[in-house]
Design a protein around this ligand. Structure first.
Ligand SMILES: [Zn+2]
Length: 322
């Protein structure tokens, strides 16, 4: 295997699908736990970051967020996160924030967010701009999702660029969130959703038709539906493709109907060469032991050439909500 062209690693890049809570270094998790009187060793975090399927991944995500309790915790996390992006020449990121989880835990999202914005300021000065996606958890239901939208509205920060829904796409059909997305649009937010990750292509179609989703989180199930692939090309709706995540959660196995799928079997090249806009992303980089540069290496291993990789770098800027 040849090495990723150096130029790609050093190019300024944008990252559009990355969860703050999925980006904590093991040392940071241990530090946060310590702040709250729990003793967690880094080895334990590493062990928990080695999950085998989507259900275990969700459990790990919940465990990690249980140590995010007050605004100062979020400030610590943002500093670590921003530093990791900065060293990879990421100059712009749309960061997904699990506001649904904050509300479930009785926290004040606005107070957390203010601490985060303050922590991000020093990185803005270094040339890294962070924008935010306020995210609801699908299985928490429609009312809880609406509460996330309303909280974002009350915050009135121009740095909140979009509303999204993550979590288990098999729990509640997308169409039930129509009013929630209508409200998000009225408040000037862009519309995102995770779909076609572990669910079928019909979930992507539903997100487009009923929610007017502007980018699809993952969306790799599209490869199973040629008419949907054409629709994504026609409307130029990007898929936020996160290869290492698809291996880690077993989503790639699900979509391909195999076990132990390899990165080389990922449908990214097929989707990309069909003309669907792709924004290459990390999803939960520390949990999936990846980085944005690592994802470009993954795409290179899938057979994309240097020009195609450069095109991918460009696309993340073209499809950003800046
Ligand atoms: Zn995600």
């Amino acid at each position: 295997m040849s090495v990723l062209p150096i130029r790609i690693a050093s190019l300024p890049k944008a990252e559009l699908h990355v969860h703050l809570e999925g980006s904590l270094q093991p040392a940071t998790v241990a530090k946060l736990a310590g702040r709250h009187g729990a003793e967690v060793r880094e080895e334990e975090v590493r062990r928990r970051y080695a999950f085998r399927d989507f259900a275990e991944f969700i459990e790990t995500f919940k465990w990690v967020t249980s140590f995010l309790r007050e605004p100062a915790d979020y400030a610590v996390v943002v500093r670590d996160f921003a530093e990791a992006l900065h060293v990879q020449h990421v100059v712009y990121a749309e960061v997904t924030l699990s506001v649904g989880v904050m509300q479930l835990r009785g926290q004040d999202p606005q107070a957390n967010f203010e601490a985060m914005l303050e922590a991000a300021e020093e990185f803005e000065a270094k040339g890294l701009r962070l924008r935010w996606v306020w995210d609801a958890v699908r299985q928490f239901g429609v009312e809880a999702a609406m509460a996330v939208v309303e909280a974002a509205g009350q915050c009135r920060s121009p740095k909140i660029v979009a509303f999204g829904i993550g979590g288990d796409e098999r729990s509640i059909p997308a169409r039930e969130f129509r009013a929630v997305y209508g409200r998000a649009a009225d408040l000037g937010m862009h519309r995102l959703i995770h779909a076609g990750e572990v669910g079928g292509p019909e979930n992507i179609r539903e997100a487009i038709e009923h929610l007017h989703a502007e980018r699809i989180g993952h969306g790799i199930a599209a490869v199973r539906d040629p008419a949907l692939m054409d629709l994504l090309v026609e409307r130029q709706i990007p898929l936020e493709v996160c290869p290492a995540s698809n291996i880690g959660t077993g989503a790639l196995d699900v979509q391909l109907g195999v076990t132990g799928a390899k990165i080389e079997q990922h449908p990214l090249p097929k989707l990309f060469r069909h003309g669907i806009p792709i924004v290459l992303s990390t999803d939960d980089p520390t949990m999936f032991h990846t980085t944005l540069t690592g994802e470009y290496e993954n795409a290179w291993r899938m057979g994309l050439n240097k020009v195609e990789l450069e095109r991918l770098v460009e696309m993340s800027f073209t499809h950003a909500f800046r």
